[in-house]
Design a protein around this ligand. Structure first.
Ligand SMILES: Cc1cc2nc3c(=O)[nH]c(=O)nc-3n(C[C@H](O)[C@H](O)[C@H](O)COP(=O)(O)OP(=O)(O)OC[C@H]3O[C@@H](n4cnc5c(N)ncnc54)[C@H](O)[C@@H]3O)c2cc1C
Length: 348
């Protein structure tokens, strides 16, 4: 039986693992954090659930729709069902053309991280959480995976790397790998840059009058400190009645200038910018939360030929950057492609 190691339990890695169920392959997933889903992440606090990474996802392609709507349980799946409006540098809010306004925006009652949990539950993979992979080695009997405690897991016929490109490149650099093909792969992965974002979550024990019938506001200008703002309480199951949560994603250029500073320092500034956009008094939140996403979205994609070079060595790649777009749907697509490439290369 073949053995495959998948590094990273975000939606790309877990889609790959899920699609390998029912094949004669033993799949082992290694994830550095405690949970599943990566940037499709949810936290719980004071009886509320909130998505502090990706807010929702699309399922436009046939295979992604089938996975989410037909293969995985849909009992907790919800469409946010409200519109996204836009704003520019001046902060003036605009309503898009009706055809553009409402597109399905999927999440789950218990939060978007349920997608990762479902993929784990219905895959047959062995998943090691709190296990940061530090090194890969390629030996005659196959690949070895070494974690930060020095534990070595062996031997694998293939390794699938799914962390964001800068983290995948760092792992390749720290690994015991040589040769022109590996150098070529590393250069291509290193060439993919990511933006960074802070996410602020402001919770209130009150409701607000709404300045428009939108769920979220998306910026059309990099010059504004806010890239996106949404009402978390619009998502069924997330926030108890009578309470509100406003989630704010900062813009990549604003974040880049502040990335190494404590994001809490900027909470008042971000809250004021949100007040100006919503024309609403956001004083006295009952609590707030902050998340720094050093690698939020890729700015380009992976050179396609590198995937062939990697496959010949037993080294495979999945993740939003492989598709070139920082979206959950594209990360899922990359998992489909990686599973297909594994099947063709290892021919089981
Ligand atoms: C603030 C924000 C808002 C977003 N909004 C949306 C949105 O509304 N809609 C949308 O579609 N997309 C959105 N995205 C993008 C979306 O979240 C990502 O494109 C998608 O989740 C990427 O999935 P992935 O599996 O490729 O990567 P990840 O989710 O990053 O998964 C990679 C995994 O690898 C793990 N890992 C890294 N290094 C190691 C290591 N050495 N050892 C073991 N494990 C490791 C990480 O912990 C992580 O779990 C948003 C992202 C952010 C940050």
């Amino acid at each position: 039986m073949s053995r495959i190691a998948i590094i990273g339990a975000g939606v790309a890695g877990l889609t790959t693992a899920y699609l390998l169920r029912g094949t004669p392959v033993e799949v082992v997933v290694f994830e550095k954090s405690r949970g599943y889903g990566g940037r499709a992440a949810t936290r719980g606090r004071h009886g509320c659930r909130y998505d502090h990474g990706a807010s929702s996802f699309s399922a436009n392609s046939e295979r992604v729709r089938r996975l989410v709507m037909a293969h995985l349980p849909t009992d907790q799946l919800v469409d946010v069902g409200k519109a996204e409006w836009t704003f520019g540098e001046s902060g003036r809010v605009l309503r898009p053309a009706p055809a553009e306004e409402i597109r399905p925006k999927w999440t789950y009652h218990q939060g978007i991280s349920r997608l990762g949990k479902l993929l784990v539950r219905f895959s047959r993979a062995e998943v090691h959480t709190s296990t940061r992979v530090e090194r890969l080695q390629r030996r005659t009997d196959g690949w070895r995976v070494q974690d930060e405690d020095g534990t070595v897991y062996s031997a694998f016929d293939a390794v699938v790397l799914t962390p964001p490109a800068p983290q995948s490149a760092a792992l390749l650099s720290a690994s015991d790998l040589s040769g022109e093909r590996v150098r070529r792969i590393r250069r291509a992965v290193e060439a993919v840059d990511y933006t960074s974002q802070f996410v602020y979550v402001f919770a209130f024990d009150r409701t607000f009058p709404r300045p428009g019938s939108f769920h979220s506001l998306a910026s059309t200008s990099e010059a504004h400190p806010i890239a996106w703002l949404g009402y978390e309480h619009d998502k069924p199951g997330h926030v108890p009645d009578g309470k509100s949560i406003i989630v704010v994603h900062t813009s990549p250029s604003w974040t880049a200038k502040r990335l190494e500073q404590d994001p809490e320092t900027f909470a008042p500034e971000v809250k004021t910018a949100a007040e100006d956009l919503l024309v609403t008094d956001l004083r006295y939140p009952s609590w707030y939360d902050v998340q720094r996403w050093r690698y939020s979205r890729p700015q380009s994609g992976l050179e396609a030929q590198v995937l062939d070079v990697g496959a010949a060595l037993g080294l495979f790649f999945a993740g939003d950057y492989v598709q070139g777009t920082g979206r959950i749907e594209q990360a899922i697509e990359s998992g489909f492609d990686a599973a297909q490439r594994l099947r063709e290369t290892l021919s089981w």
